[in-house]
Design a protein around this ligand. Structure first.
Ligand code: SF4
Ligand code: SF4
Length: 188
């Protein structure tokens, strides 16, 4: 189950950093940043100099220091996936069975452009074999995608539960996402 209430940005990929951010600042827009006056996702942080970097780099919060997007870790994604160019910030959370793609709300159709769209569909199919789901998130609006269909989740989910179909094949079991259950927290 994926906890939707967490604001954690941490990419759980336990591999060394492979790249540096350069002039990219896309994560400073697409995420909530609680230590900076509860900056909401979708708005630039007040300290961000888009295209140049963080204006308080030396004293930025630990919350910001701890984050690196998946593009920084995974060289299998080419330069075209750099967030400032793709407008997509990838975050792999295997412990939550999820690979989350935050889309710049200023370019909400970015994930539908090529080469991104077909690559994301194919990635969803590969992730499914580990029973991990691929989520496309625009501000709080979430859609879980598979190679062939979309599961619109909306913006009210506190947690998601994924339903998988297992099929036996000569080379072993394969998995397909067949449903997403939306959980919302209710106050007593
Ligand atoms: S989105 Fe990724 S590449 Fe861009 S600034 Fe953040 S961590 Fe660096
Ligand atoms: S403090 Fe700096 S690193 Fe953190 S969100 Fe703002 S601009 Fe980005």
């Amino acid at each position: 189950m994926v906890n939707r209430t967490s604001t954690a940005m941490t990419d759980a990929t336990a591999t060394p950093l492979q790249r540096s951010c350069g002039a990219c600042t896309m994560c400073c827009k697409v995420y909530d940043v609680p230590p900076i006056d509860n900056k909401p996702r979708g708005q630039w942080c007040k300290h961000c100099k888009p295209g140049r970097g963080c204006g308080i780099w030396e004293t930025r919060p630990q919350f910001c220091r701890d984050f690196h997007c998946h593009w920084i870790y995974d060289l299998s994604f080419g330069e075209e996936w750099k967030p400032e160019r793709s407008k997509l910030v990838m975050n792999y959370r295997p412990n939550e069975n999820a690979f989350v793609v935050m889309v710049d709300p200023g370019a909400p159709g970015a994930w539908l452009r090529e080469p991104y769209h077909s690559s994301l569909r194919a990635l969803a199919g590969r992730l499914a074999q580990q029973r991990h789901a691929l989520e496309i998130v625009i501000n709080h609006d979430t859609t879980v995608i598979t190679p062939t269909r979309d599961f619109p989740v909306g913006s009210k989910a506190d947690a998601l539960e994924f339903k998988w179909a297992e099929r036996n094949t000569p080379s072993g079991p394969t998995y397909e996402l067949i449903g997403v259950i939306v959980k919302t927290l209710r106050l007593a």
